[in-house]
Design a binder for this molecule. Structure first.
Ligand code: ZN
Length: 143
């Protein structure tokens, strides 16, 4: 990864950490779940309003590190207005981007800001920080 790209990814993560989107308790939610990452101490609660197969709204509250908060913030932007199938594809793409085994190149133009999460791959201990929000989203759906 080039130095410029690395810096760009870092800027995206810092921006989401500083100004998390869709942050706070969502009233009238249809689904919710809490996630915990004991490796780092990250705690997150995800709230969803799902109508039929559409994610009408998604918000989160968290006491967590920058990577976790930023990943959660990106997740809420990506999943708002998506169908459950589209959301599942996005979850799988994030898992791919964070997979150590795959020599995948992330692409900002194709993946959008979640491409920045690929930068976390270098720090194996932090991968769970980035995946926690997405796992918690799935737990909320599963009830
Ligand atoms: Zn963390």
């Amino acid at each position: 990864m080039s130095e410029d790209l690395h810096n760009l990814y870092q800027d995206i993560i810092l921006d989401h950490n500083k100004r998390p989107r869709h942050y706070g308790v969502l009233t009238d939610y249809t689904h919710t779940a809490e996630g915990y990452n004991p490796l780092c101490g990250d705690k997150i609660t995800v709230f969803l309003i799902v109508e039929d197969t559409l994610i009408e709204a998604i918000q989160f509250e968290a006491a967590c590190c920058a990577i976790c908060k930023s990943s959660a913030s990106m997740m809420t932007e990506v999943l708002t207005g998506k169908t459950l199938d589209e959301a599942e594809s996005a979850c799988q793409r994030v898992a791919e981007l964070l997979s150590m085994d795959m020599d995948l190149t992330a692409d900002l133009s194709k993946d959008g800001e979640i491409a920045a999460l690929a930068g976390v791959r270098k720090f194996a201990a932090r991968i769970k920080c980035a995946t926690l929000p997405w796992h918690t989203y799935r737990s909320a759906l599963d009830g």
